[in-house]
Design a binder for this molecule. Structure first.
Ligand code: 13P
Ligand code: SF4
Length: 407
């Protein structure tokens, strides 16, 4: 037996990330998700970050008072960024609301703020860390707020796959693209190997950019966004293969790998893969004039059955700007859908999925965690700072810079 020394030292992650297993923790059948005191929410059987006991008991009103007080005292030293999927009780404190791309841009354009508090998930806070100035410090209120999709592409597995692909294809013929929803290390791997980062809206331009530089694309970590994008730019379904990190050569023969144009990493979003073409059919039966809009992390069948697809920012804009009286069935995270419904009382807006399933990692940002990190700053202590090492930062920045150029 020959030992591959390059791979031997790499850490292999468990087959299914824990964040994926935890995803259904908050699913319920009523469609309101008001925050309860953290003590009650913490009973849900997922990993929570430990927090001083006093924060467990605070009511919504007490938290509100604390948060307002801290904000007032800290003034412009702090900015709070909120992703569209954050719950209402958190987003109301955000200075800026947006999709992951827009929020990173906001972080980079606020050099006067000493602290950037990112109410979102870990990869978003890391991206903000990479793009903002060195003197700024980025904080994620709950360190267990990860992303199950990003967790599906652990560094060791991706490095192994990259070595295998280079061995089969020879160097230089394949360009790696990673979706924003990936760790800084995966972004750095792309930067180091002539690749690029994309968002759900820039994915088609990133594919075109990559095909100007190589014959094939490795797309990480979301197979659905990769497949939907490939189809959008005219790539045949037969020319795309899925790379399983748990099988030798991703589950393919060298010949099949050589014949593929797009190699899709076997990752997915547990929130968006819940939406189905059958749900769309049911919505159309109930409302014959309904327009269906979904996020491109949904499966190919769902995206093709919908009227349109787009990033959270595109979904938000489309519905906000739609004609009064129009009807919308939406395939994205419930906190955003509920907010769109509330802000557009002259339209019918509802979630395609009748079971309410928030993104369980986004949902871990409870107002008590936000209060904890702000109180920390008042006391001169930086809680939950996000750091990225110099080498990773350099190459991830290269891949992000390329993304900004193709946008
Ligand atoms: P956006 O970049 O569209 O906000 O998507 C973020 C996300 O996590 C979608 O699942
Ligand atoms: Fe990750 Fe999906 Fe949650 Fe987005 S919605 S943060 S991709 S798990």
């Amino acid at each position: 037996m020959t030992i591959d020394f390059k791979k031997a030292g790499r850490v292999k992650e468990p087959a299914l990330p824990i964040t994926e297993i935890e995803h259904s923790a908050f699913c319920k059948s009523e469609d309101e998700l008001p925050a309860k005191p953290l003590l009650d929410e913490i009973k849900v059987n997922i990993r929570w970050q430990k927090i001083p006991v006093k924060y467990l008991h605070l009511t919504a009103e007490e938290l509100d008072q604390r948060l307002h007080h801290a904000r007032e005292k800290l003034g412009k030293r702090v900015i709070i960024l909120g992703h569209h999927y954050q719950r209402e009780e958190v987003i109301k404190y955000a200075d800026f609301q947006g999709d992951s791309y827009l929020l990173s841009q906001q972080a980079a354009s606020q050099p006067e703020a000493e602290y950037i508090i990112f109410c979102g998930v870990h990869f978003m806070a890391e991206t903000a860390r990479i793009l903002c100035s060195p003197h700024q410090r980025v904080i994620l209120p709950n360190i267990t707020a990860g992303c199950s999709m990003a967790d599906m592409a652990p560094t060791g597995d991706v490095l192994d796959a990259w070595d295998d692909l280079e061995e089969v294809l020879g160097g230089g013929s394949i360009v790696p693209i990673t979706y924003m929803n990936s760790t800084a290390e995966i972004k750095a791997l792309c930067g180091r190997n002539g690749g690029i980062v994309c968002t759900s809206s820039s994915a088609p331009s990133a594919f075109e950019w990559a095909f100007e530089r190589g014959e094939r694309v490795l797309f990480l970590p979301d197979q659905h966004l990769g497949r939907n994008t490939g189809l959008k730019i005219g790539i045949d379904l037969d020319d795309m293969i899925v790379w399983s990190p748990f099988k030798r050569l991703g589950g393919h023969t060298p010949e099949r790998i050589k014949s593929a144009k797009v190699i899709l990493w076997q990752g997915h979003c547990s929130v968006h893969t819940r939406f189905t073409a059958r749900q769309i059919e049911a919505a159309r039966q109930r409302y014959p004039d309904i327009k269906v809009i979904v996020h491109p992390e949904c499966t190919m069948e769902t995206v093709q059955a919908a009227d349109m697809d787009g990033s959270t920012e595109v979904i938000r804009k489309t519905i906000n700007e739609a004609a009064p009286g129009s009807q919308w069935a939406v395939g994205t995270e419930i906190s955003l859908v509920n907010r769109l419904a509330k802000n557009n009382p002259d339209k019918v807006v509802f979630c395609l999925d009748p079971i309410v399933c928030p993104c369980s990692t986004m949902y871990r940002i409870h107002p008590a965690y936000l209060s904890w990190v702000l109180d920390g700053l008042l006391a001169g202590e930086v809680v939950n700072e996000i750091k990225v090492d110099g080498e990773t930062m350099k190459y991830a920045h290269t891949a992000l810079e390329r993304m900004l150029q193709v946008k």
